[in-house]
Design a protein around this ligand. Structure first.
Ligand code: FES
Length: 283
């Protein structure tokens, strides 16, 4: 799943939850009696309605007559103030906090759920962890030649190099248990995971030696990722490959362990000076 889609899902979840919160709050905010007219107001309105039928002059006379009279107010009966029930107040406060807690938890769970869905669907999005088409096989091989033996694909976190055709027989014996890796070799290429199998540093290529040389602790690998020196416990890990309608696809959903120490199917020795001073230790 692409990042914009994940964000859209998260935003949708938040909007839905926000709507729920709004509806809940609106229902609870009804004030009993709000908008009701008092008895005095109703009485005044009735008087005004009766006066509406009179002529303007009569209305004026009536108003003048009443304005000169001293108004005598009806006696108002005062009712004793009663303090609110503390239990009822406490109940309302508890209800508010309960609703707030449930709302916050719902929002958090919704956001977490959206993130989880996005993470689980990453396999179909085309990013690392999925099958990545890197172009026509012929173009990839041409690119490797143009880049002096190495092509790096950051989206796949992989180096792609050529696998020599005259070494296929040896590869079939060594890599028989890794059918997808072997399929790539038979097509003429290998896809090597950039992560060093020693302690995980990103392994750079070395143009002069035509090997991979890890700057962290000095592990070295030939151009197809077979270990030549240093503390690494095996050759470089790798990905399965497929060629679909002429397009090379790297399946980064599964990492195949590198070949054991001593594997040397291509017989490629260093083709020039090493990039690392030690030049490999032959471990
Ligand atoms: S991480 Fe590469 S040699 Fe240690």
């Amino acid at each position: 799943m692409s990042t914009p889609l994940i964000i859209a899902l998260a935003v949708a979840a938040i909007v839905v939850l926000g709507g729920l919160v709004f509806v809940t709050a609106a229902r609870k905010s009804e004030v009993r009696g709000a908008g009701a007219l008092s008895r005095e107001t109703k009485k005044r309105d009735r008087g005004a309605a009766a006066a509406a039928g009179a002529t303007g002059r009569a209305y004026e006379s009536a108003a003048t007559a009443t304005s000169t009279d001293l108004a005598v107010r009806d006696s108002v009966e005062l009712t004793e103030w009663v303090a609110p029930d503390p239990e009822a107040v406490g109940e309302t406060r508890r209800a508010f906090f309960n609703r707030a807690t449930v709302t916050l938890m719902s929002a958090s769970l919704g956001a977490f759920g959206a993130s989880l869905i996005g993470f689980l669907w990453k396999g179909s999005s085309g990013g690392f962890g999925s099958k990545i088409a890197v172009g026509k096989l012929d173009d990839v091989i041409q690119g490797i030649k143009s880049n002096k033996g190495f092509m790096y694909y950051p989206e796949a976190r992989a180096w792609v190099t050529e696998y020599p055709k005259d070494s296929i027989a040896k590869a079939q014996a060594v890599y028989a248990s890794q059918a997808a890796v072997l399929a790539g070799m038979e097509a003429g290429v290998v896809a090597l995971y950039q992560k060093c199998p020693h302690l995980g540093c990103r392994v750079p290529n070395c143009q002069s030696s035509q090997w991979f040389e890890c700057g962290c602790h000095g592990s070295m690998y030939n151009r197809v990722g077979e270990k030549k020196g240093g503390p690494a416990p095996r050759g470089m890990d790798r990905f399965g490959l497929a060629v679909n309608n002429g397009v090379l696809v790297i399946d980064t959903g599964a990492v195949f362990g590198g070949p054991p120490i001593g594997t040397n199917t291509t017989g490629q020795e260093a083709e020039g000076p090493h990039c690392l001073a030690a030049g490999g230790g032959g471990h």
